[in-house]
Design a binder for this molecule. Sequence first.
Ligand SMILES: [Ca+2]
Ligand SMILES: [Ca+2]
Ligand SMILES: [Ca+2]
Ligand SMILES: [Ca+2]
Length: 393
Amino acid sequence: MQESNPWQNTDLDIYLESPSRTKIRRSSVPFKDGEVSNQEFLGIETTQAIFHRGEKLKIGSYFTCTKRDLPSEGSVKEETFSTNCLTKETTEVSASGNELYLKIPLGELGSLSFGDKIKLRLYSDSFDSYVQPSRPLALFVPEVSNVELFLDIKDPIKDDFGEGSYTYPADGVFIPGSYDFEGFSAGIADGSLVMNFDILSAVKNPWGSPRSLSVQTIDVYIDKDFGSNTGVKQLGNYRFAKMPDGSGWEYHIVIEGWEPQIWKSLPSGESELVTNQFDIVVVPDKGVIVVKLDIENQLGGGNPEEWHYGVIMMSQDGYGPNGSRIREINPSAEQYRGGGAPNVVNHPNIFDVIFPDEGVQEEFLSSYGNYEGSVDDIPTNLLASIPLVSKVP
Ligand SMILES: [Ca+2]
Ligand SMILES: [Ca+2]
Ligand SMILES: [Ca+2]
Ligand SMILES: [Ca+2]
């Protein structure tokens, strides 16, 4: 479509499915070019339609109709459709160049909360088919409450080489910037800690995880009482690094597409799984991952503004060594192995660590000692440590 105002001549049907609305099994495209259409509306469950009444799209107001009684077979007649709307509100349509804007009343989508998925399907006569015909598109409901940030840190870009020499696995799914943090922020909203991880590349989901991220694993280590040496010293499985002097973690959060986890330290020095249910939302194009944790129920209470945070990036690998679910980094990169590591077993398999000043990450991550024993019992004192970030120094 190279016309100057392509949307003005477009016949467009939009279907939205919101999780709080009653589901309908199947519907059909009600109209095409003003005629009742028998095109099937395959697979998607819908309770919403923005309806163009068979006219070419114009800038202005259209009604949004909430339907819960669409038939499971056949087409829908416009008269039936409009008179049986359970609710009927106005949707504003506007266009600028080849971009189309729709302003849909939130009330039409039922009650929504952070992380809910709204499925979307578009039919247009300019394509004479569905856009993305094989599956619905999806929108995620962003954090809409007011998050009060207490920490907002920029990380240097192009430091996604860990201790200074790591390179990405060779396969094309590991797009440049995938393991490069641009920044990290943390804030509080309605009793939750909201953490925002900004990554240099877009966050794609090439392996189709249920949480819209595939290649990254991000760990957060929370030290609630920095300086008093309580909690667990070593980082998670196969990370081969430790908390810095005076620090041990009370909570360890693993953010990945399939098996997210929250661990807490026990007085015995061991740790215990708290849950693997928490909110992860990905804004793919911006390369942003947002995680929301209940301070009282998932993090044991306290004031997040007083905590210290270690934030690190690994390459996710469901088949990672020793059940670690992270990808090894070896001296030479392969299709699915990172490269550029020194030929020792106790180097960290960490691509990036959040820390604002250049050079600090490399200094920390290369601070491991000489070790030639087994990978299974590397002494803590021969591990590199990671820098932490906090509101209070
Ligand atoms: Ca970075
Ligand atoms: Ca501690
Ligand atoms: Ca980004
Ligand atoms: Ca960094």
